[in-house]
Design a protein around this ligand. Structure first.
Ligand code: GRG
Length: 288
């Protein structure tokens, strides 16, 4: 039985050390971008490393630029999500948000810089050219207008009714596609067969919806210090969330169901995917 907290801490450490390499401290703007990168859970790059390794990938040099690039894009989405024009948050990852620290213009630019730099990292290296092309295709689709940008547009709309269909659409686009894509990228880089990738795509979406369920639940019951961001914002901003649509017990019940659906699919891929069952349980029970 794997100690999931230890596994996550070890992988986070690997990702953090690789990220340091890509952010030379002597470059003044890299240090601005790095400010927002500090202290995340690194779930997305860890998912990439986990699927790469589960599918026999060995060489970390191949996968680290991809894993780190995904964290850069995620951080970009958080910086822009926190801006006054969007969710207007002043606390993230345990400290003032980028626009509070550096002003709005530099926060926007550091998001832009992280986003573009991610694609530079995806294109690093002279091997696995076709695989890295597929990574770029997968990621750009997940984070562009067919993915999290659209999810964010829906999220910001005025929601006067607690509509489960709209909630599903928001969770699917805003979060699930960009939890699924990192798993798929690890599999692509490990040259996994198409039928395995198909199963992972479905499992990744269930895990991603679960991730947003627990994010919604933690906004109601979570602790500011532990979360590193301000809870209660969804309600005050009139957001459509799982607890709003189903009530807290209903949201918790449905989160457990999504965890079961994800785990059934990971289990179908064999013992090497046990780590994904542990990650799913971590996401279900997380407090941050
Ligand atoms: C960045 C492509 C792009 C577009 C901008 C702002 C925006 C459009 C999209 C925002 C999407 C968004 C913020 C989704 C929320 C996903 C989510 C649950 C974030 C929290 O992730 P954690 O818990 O955070 O992994 P840490 O800090 O641990 O990394």
């Amino acid at each position: 039985m794997v100690d999931i907290n230890r596994y996550l801490a070890e992988k986070k450490d690997l990702v953090d050390r690789a990220l340091q390499k890509y952010f030379p401290p002597d470059h003044p703007f890299f240090s601005v971008m790095h400010y927002s990168l500090e202290t995340g859970k690194r779930i997305r790059p860890i998912l990439t490393l986990a699927s790469f390794e589960a599918l026999g990938g060995k060489n970390l040099e191949d996968i680290m630029p991809v894993a780190c690039g995904l964290e850069l894009i995620h951080t970009y989405s958080l910086i822009h999500d926190d801006l006054p024009a969007m969710d207007n948050d002043d606390f993230r990852r345990g400290k003032p948000t980028a626009h509070k620290q550096f002003g709005e213009a530099l926060a926007i630019l550091s998001g832009d810089g992280l986003y573009a730099y991610a694609f530079e990292l995806f294109s690093l290296g002279s091997n696995l050219i076709e695989e890295r092309y597929r990574v770029i295709q997968t990621v750009s689709e997940a984070v562009g207008p067919k993915g999290i940008v659209y999810g964010q547009v829906l999220d910001m709309e005025d929601h006067s009714t607690a509509d489960p269909k709209t909630l599903r659409k928001i969770h699917y686009n805003k979060t699930a596609k960009f939890i699924c894509a990192p798993i798929k990228c690890g599999a692509i880089m490990a040259r996994a067969p198409a039928k395995t990738i198909k199963v992972l795509e479905r499992a990744g979406i269930y895990l991603g919806v679960l991730f947003q369920y627990t994010d919604d639940i933690l906004d109601v019951v979570g602790d500011k210090e532990r979360l590193g961001k301000t809870p209660g914002k969804d309600k005050s901003a009139g957001k459509l969330t799982a607890p709003l649509v189903y009530g807290l017990p209903g949201a918790r019940y449905r989160a457990r169901r999504y965890a079961e659906l994800a785990k059934a699919l990971f289990t179908s891929l064999g013992d090497k995917f046990n780590i994904f069952n542990s990650i799913t349980d971590f996401v279900l029970n997380r407090s941050y």
